[in-house]
Design a protein around this ligand. Structure first.
Ligand code: FMN
Ligand code: SF4
Length: 678
């Protein structure tokens, strides 16, 4: 048996966990009609297949209709969820892992204008800035029904055959009572800590009574809100200690921080550029104090840190939650001595940010949440060995090369630059975002293992590609900065690429014009701020960077605040002119129906990229499919078999920004969808 601390089993009362790796609760918004159906099940079953010991499903599964979905949560208050949960639990169990669920009443952390349009409740009428509902202060008849709803939810979980559940007690209803920031009551539920604890303890007691002494109940517990208005460390630790030996709670899952604002949440779920495992020592203190089995997750994204967390006795179970979104097979790879093959979580936060606009997707693992159509392990083809030429070594091109390599193809990548990465290299110019290079490095390692050949400094012409006699050509040539939207003066614009590549150095007064709305504009702006220039960000949008999600924008805004940057909304750049050794931007204010001039030393423009597609169009007439993608087949996960030109010599695909300005996820998803069956 392995001596790796991470691979040692853990006995949680009657439950044997096969190792120390877990995925903590996170709602991926994969529910359909509020139920954890096939997509949800396959997602968790994949982690079980990958060797994880425990998967905690259903982030914030809601126990009552006045806690409507905030982000696709499981509707645990409906009896119909039981068979779905059972099917999921059976599948996960069959693959050797344990499965629990997190249950909650969101309290004020949701919206009244959803589902049943019931008023949102909270201990007091204090609005949560993040979800923005004005709640009703709970009245007498709310207490009994919500406590009963928790117990009903717990009973459904037990009936479905899960191994246990945890109560969500950070930022949700139970701890909204604990926190002085949200509990302003003057009755027996407010004031002293005993009073503030009354509701939560009543919930735990009711659930325990309903499920009996043997069913595992835990609490994901805030033990310090780290906030002058909030629950102090002292009171948080007192709560944790009181639960020890109470018979109510079998394990703790430690949280530090508060999540009522996006800045607060970004510290509880730290992303790219933040220090590794910032709350691990604190979780270790809680474990030492309570002697309860202790779980914890917060940016423990690599195996070495996870191993340290167990070996040093700080945790019993280590949460690697986003790490499993990036690679669900971590335990298996550790057990097989293939740690270097683990696809790294680079902390981009795209997964959590996307649950508010759609479903959780990992920025660089397109198979996550799409297990039904996209494989995590691409099988080797049993057909003839194909020759694949990929032009471009950005994320899309590298993914195409990797997947073709997994299929057993003979793969050549032609890249005009001296090194791989494309626009990722530009993003990494901002030191804080350097970790993004993990997306490139992992693919380069995998390509090396698979024998993919690379030719750098190779600007490919059509004849170069044809000379290689390919069966499949993938055009992943990316884009070039778009300044064509300007009526005049494009030559005076500095692009965000010029800036991040070091071709232009910002100084004096710099305007960053962001008409992209995603990371590139904010990255350019932070880069300017870090260089010490006086920064003004101008955007035609009504908010800054609408496509940068809740956990990702806080570090940018911290930098803008440090630099005392100015933000101007609702101005659309039309042209740039030179004035002496300065530049002048002419903007249109559509609401005020006026033109606005702004003078600066530099105007940096970010307006996405225009596709670099000449090579694609040159190669198109000679291809079998004339470049066409069969969308019906693509969406069903079937192979591409269109023949539009029987005399064509190769199948031709164009992916990523070479099609249109998009992002890393779009590029790698394009790539694997088209290449997984060749
Ligand atoms: C998509 C997503 C949704 C999440 N939803 C929840 C949730 O509903 N309840 C919860 O307690 N934590 C939630 N989390 C937080 C995770 O459980 C975990 O604490 C966080 O991702 C930090 O751990 P990590 O660095 O290992 O990812 C969510 C995380 C992600 C990525
Ligand atoms: S999107 Fe980013 S943070 Fe989320 S799992 Fe993928 S790499 Fe990690």
């Amino acid at each position: 048996m392995s001596s790796d601390p991470l691979l040692q089993p853990f006995q949680l009362r009657g439950l044997n966990l096969r190792n120390r790796l877990m995925s903590t609760a996170h709602e991926p918004a994969y529910t359909e009609d509020g139920m954890p159906k096939k997509r949800y099940r396959l997602y968790h079953a994949e982690k079980a297949k990958g060797g994880i010991a425990l998967t905690m499903i259903g982030g914030s599964s809601v126990v009552a209709p006045d806690s409507p979905q905030a982000f696709g949560n499981i509707l645990l208050y409906k009896d119909e969820c039981v068979p779905w949960l059972k099917e999921l639990a059976d599948d996960v169990h069959d693959k050797g892992a344990a499965v629990m669920i997190q249950i909650t009443h969101l309290g004020r952390r949701t919206s009244w204008s959803k589902d049943d349009w019931l008023p949102v409740i909270a201990p007091s009428s204090v609005r949560e800035p993040a979800h923005r509902a004005f709640p009703k202060a709970m009245e007498d008849w709310d207490f009994a029904r919500v406590i009963a709803a928790y117990a009903d939810g717990a009973e459904r979980v037990r009936a479905a055959g899960l191994d246990g559940l945890e109560f969500e007690c950070y930022g949700h209803l139970i701890d909204q009572f604990w926190s002085p920031a949200t509990n302003k009551r003057r009755d027996e539920y407010g004031g002293s800590l005993d009073n503030r604890l009354r509701f939560g303890l009543a919930v735990f007691e009711a659930a325990r009574r309903r499920v009996g002494p043997d069913f595992l109940l835990g609490a994901r517990l805030v033990c310090d809100e780290d906030w002058e208005r909030g629950l102090s460390r002292e009171e948080g630790l007192t709560i944790a200690r009181r639960l020890t030996g109470s018979g109510l709670i079998d394990f703790l899952n430690v949280i530090r921080g508060h999540i009522d604002t996006e800045e607060g949440l970004a510290h509880v779920i730290p992303g790219m550029g933040e220090r590794s495992a910032p709350h691990l020592d604190f979780a270790g203190e809680v474990r030492a104090l309570t002697r309860l089995p202790t779980f914890h997750a917060a940016r423990i994204q690599d195996v070495a840190t996870a191993r340290h967390a167990i070996e040093s006795g700080k945790l019993d179970m280590v949460g690697m939650t986003r790490a499993h979104l990036a690679d669900p097979h971590i335990a298996l790879k550790v057990a097989e001595g293939r740690e270097a093959a683990i696809r790294p979580c680079v902390g981009m936060g795209y997964c959590i940010d996307s649950i508010y606009s759609g479903q959780a997707v990992c920025i660089h693992n397109p198979a996550t949440g799409r297990e039904e159509t996209i494989p995590h392990i691409v099988p080797r083809s049993d057909g003839p060995k194909r020759k694949v030429v990929v032009v471009g070594a950005g994320p899309g091109g590298l993914e195409a090369a990797r997947v073709a390599g997994e299929r057993g193809c003979d793969v050549v990548v032609l890249e005009a630059a001296a090194k791989p990465g494309g626009q990722i290299v530009l993003a990494a110019a901002l030191k804080r975002r350097r970790e993004i290079l993990g997306i490139v490095d992992w693919r380069m390692r995998e390509c090396e293992r698979l024998g993919v050949a690379f030719r750098f400094n190779a600007f490919a012409e059509a004849d170069d590609v044809r000379a290689l006699e390919p069966d499949v050509v993938v055009i992943a040539t990316g884009g070039a900065p778009n300044v064509e939207f300007l009526d005049s003066g494009a030559e005076f614009a500095v692009t965000s690429w010029d800036l991040l590549s070091g071709a232009a150095r910002p100084s004096g007064e710099v305007i960053v014009y962001d008409d992209n709305g995603a990371h590139p504009g904010l990255t350019a702006a932070e880069f300017v701020a870090e260089c010490g220039a006086k920064l003004e960000i101008v955007t035609p949008e009504r908010i800054l960077a609408p496509d940068v999600g809740g956990t990702s924008f806080p570090p940018y805004f911290r930098a803008f605040s440090r630099a005392d940057a100015k933000v101007t909304l609702n101005l659309r750049l039309e042209s740039i002119a030179r004035r002496g050794n300065r530049v002048v931007g002419l903007f249109h204010d559509e609401y005020g129906r006026r033109r606005v001039e702004k003078e600066a030393d530099m105007i940096v423009v970010e307006h996405g990229a225009l596709p670099v597609d000449d090579l694609y169009f040159e190669l198109k007439p000679g291809s079998v499919n004339l470049g066409e993608v069969d969308y019906a087949a693509l969406l069903k996960g079937r192979p591409q078999t269109l023949v539009n030109n029987a005399s064509g010599g190769y199948r031709l695909f164009r992916i990523g920004d070479a099609v249109a300005s998009r992002n890393i996820h779009a590029a790698v998803y394009d790539a694997i969808r088209l290449m997984k069956d060749i």
